[in-house]
Structure formats: C-alpha cells, structure tokens
Design a protein around this ligand. Structure first.
Ligand SMILES: [Zn+2]
Length: 405
C-alpha cells in the first residue's frame, strides 16, 4: 500500500500585527492546515520562501511517524534532499521503529541563494541553560572572528510547550525580555521567531527538538551562514533514540546543512561539569543561568536544579550563583541533595545518571553513611513511583516525573 501524501503549499509572506509572517498551507487527507512563522520586520529580506527546506525539516519526523510522503510545487535545496534521502530517512527508519521510510516527491534546486540581507550572521540559540551558555560564551571573542556569534536566537519551537497553544506562547513571551537582557549584555543581535506549527505536529519536545529548532534558521538562510546547536550529550554517547534526537546530532547536523547554512554541534567535546567549570568564569552567568525545568526561574528543588547546584558546590562555585539559586536552602539541606544524587547515580535508566555520578566524584568525601542508606530508600521509592504512574524516561523524565519533585 502506498503512503498517504503530505503536501506543502507554496510559501508566501504577509505583514502581521507583530512583524511579518511566512505562511504555507499543508494539505493532508483533503484537509488544509495553514502554518505560519512570525519574524521581526527587519528580517523580512532574510526569509527563505523560494525553497521549502525549513518546512520539510520541520515536518520530517511527523511525516515519518505517520507514513506520509512529502510533496510540493516549490523546490528544496538539492544538497539537503540528497542527505535526507540517502542518509537521514534510511538511517532513522532503520533504527527507530516508530519512524517509517518515506519518499520525498520534490523537485530540487542546486546552489546558493542570493543573500539579500547582506549579512553573514552566526547564530546560536539562547535557553539560559549550561549547554547554551557554554556554546554562546565559547563563541564570543574568538580570534577567528568569522566564528563569533552575532545573533542570539529564541524560538517558540517547542521548548516553551511542545504542543504549542496560548500557554506555550505566553511562556515564550515571558522569557523574551530575559533573553534580550543576555543579548544586550553580550552585544548581540536577537532573533525571535514564533510559529503555530507545534499545534499541527503535537510531538514531544526532546523527541523532535533538533528538527524543530534547526528548521527555523533554514527559513532564514539569507541571514545565517553558520549556526551553533548546543549539544546535550558527548560525541561518545551517539545512538539512535526515539525519545531524544540529540543523541544522534552528529548525524543530524551535517545532513541538515545546506550550501548557504552550516550547522555546527557545540559542546559535545566536553562533559556537563567541564561546561559548568568553563561558564563559571563569566560573571554574566551569575545572574542569568537558568536550568530549571519546573518553573520560569530556578526552583532549586527540581532534579535539574539539584544536579546543577551539587556540581557547582563540588566545583566550589555555588556561592557565585546566590542570585539565581537558593544557596541558603542548599547549605541547610545539603544531605537531602546528596541522597537524591546517591539514588540517581545508580539508576542507569535515567538518561543523565552518569552526570549524577560525576557529581558524586566531586563531593564523595562529604557523603555520609546515612546518605548512602537513605539514597537506596529514595531509589526504591522512585522506582516504585515510576512503575505506579507509568512515567517514561527520555523526553518526559523532566516533564512527567522529575518535575513533580
Ligand atoms: Zn528547578
């Protein structure tokens, strides 16, 4: 039986209340869904409407999940089509059961696009977390100035709410001022892009993050020539994993690059704690580091906050971060943090268990016998709770499980 068809309509640009939008009509099962991406008006000339590279990348995993061949009257960049057809689609469908092999019924076009914006921007995304700050700070003030970040990006591409809608948009807008303050302090331009495609895709964030994020610089190929994507894992951790595209980013990034825009994976050469050590030399992080998965600002009590605080404590840097973490609480309840660390460092189903283990190596002398014992009880409690609530790891560990702590 042949696959159904997802048709990408010819993209068009229209002014909107908040800037300028790129629209495209997606057709599936005789239904039409109009997607849009909204940019600041000053980036109007940068919008890549001539080729559908960004939209194809944005819907690729959706089409592979639902066995949909992709078609359009508008061309895709030849090099991108080659990589998708010959590397990504076969490799992902072979190694991740959920994704099926699909066809790209598209015409392709070779060569670069004319750079109407006259800028060769170097982009990096801002989330405020450790990976993002490492990428950003590593690429400012470099001797090879062509590689220095010029534009800080922030997209409503799933991190503020994977399924989109008003709540995600509200959270996205809440964070813009904060991101802008980082851009201003570092003297960078800022690019914010909103979209409604999340409401169409309805896919988990980590499970599709690389594709949903990098689709947007691909919609701005007349602005960006380089774009750094912050790695979540080290190079040695490469694997195909349904719940998190970041595990196979060393394959994704070269395949999604085009002659106009090259993606670089940043930070996969070091561990999380090495990144922390690096960023702790930069005072901007003392007031701006934001790792929390439970709240808009660091709650100091979710597992991600705890993991970061223990690492900073072990590196003797935690006091520097008293404006963004509740350091007093940590000092009074240090052993409570150690017990959770002892539980999670030995639970190898947790994707970042080795980072907890790295933390243990930093603070092991302070871990008491009681912490070790209570760590085992904590582990038992968490395993039981996971079984009862049937929460899964990977993309949802923070959203469904850790976040509730
Ligand atoms: Zn938190």
């Amino acid at each position: 039986m042949s696959n159904k068809i997802l048709k990408i309509g010819r993209p068009y640009i229209k002014d909107s209340d908040n800037g300028v939008r790129l629209y495209s009509d997606l057709s599936l099962d005789n239904k039409k869904y109009t997607i849009w991406y909204e940019f600041d008006s000053k980036y109007k000339n940068a919008i890549t409407f001539e080729r559908i590279d960004g939209i194809v990348v944005n819907v690729l995993l959706y089409a592979m999940e639902h066995s949909l061949d992709i078609t359009s009257d508008q061309p895709i960049t030849e090099e991108l089509m080659y990589s998708l057809e010959n590397s990504l689609i076969p490799a992902i469908s072979k190694n991740i059961h959920k994704y099926k092999r699909i066809k790209l019924l598209l015409k392709s076009e070779a060569g670069t696009l004319s750079n109407d914006s006259g800028v060769n921007a170097v982009g990096a995304s801002a989330s405020g977390g450790v990976d993002s700050f490492y990428t950003l700070l590593k690429h400012t003030g470099m001797e090879k100035s062509d590689f220095n970040v010029t534009h800080l990006t922030f997209f409503n591409a799933g991190a503020s709410g994977a399924f989109g809608g008003d709540k995600a948009r509200e959270r996205y807008h809440e964070r813009i001022d904060w991101i802008k303050s980082v851009a201003d302090e570092l003297g960078l331009e800022m690019v914010c892009v909103d979209t409604n495609i999340n409401e169409f895709l309805k896919q988990g964030h980590e499970a599709t993050n690389t594709y949903r994020t990098l689709a947007i610089p691909l919609l701005m190929q007349k602005l960006f020539s380089k774009y750094y994507f912050a790695s979540s894992y080290e190079f040695a951790e490469f694997k195909f994993k349904e719940t998190d595209t970041s595990f196979y980013d060393i394959l994704n990034l070269p395949c999604l690059s085009t002659p106009n825009l090259k993606f670089y994976l940043s930070g996969a050469e070091v561990s999380r704690n090495e990144k922390l050590q690096f960023i702790s030399k930069y005072p901007i992080t003392y007031n701006k580091l934001n790792v929390c998965v439970a709240q808009a600002h660091n709650c100091s009590k979710c597992d991600k906050c705890r993991r970061t605080m223990i690492a900073l404590y072990g590196l003797k840097k935690l006091d520097l971060y008293k404006n963004v973490f509740d350091v007093d609480y940590f000092n009074k309840h240090k052993h409570e943090y150690f017990r959770i660390m002892m539980a999670l460092r030995s639970w190898k189903e947790v994707p970042v268990w080795h980072e907890w283990n790295d933390n243990y190596k930093l603070v092991r002398r302070e871990v008491s016998l009681l912490d070790r014992f209570l760590g085992k009880i904590t582990l038992l409690y968490r395993v039981m709770r996971r079984k009862i609530y049937k929460t899964s790891f990977g993309k949802s560990i923070y959203e469904k499980y850790v976040k509730k702590d």
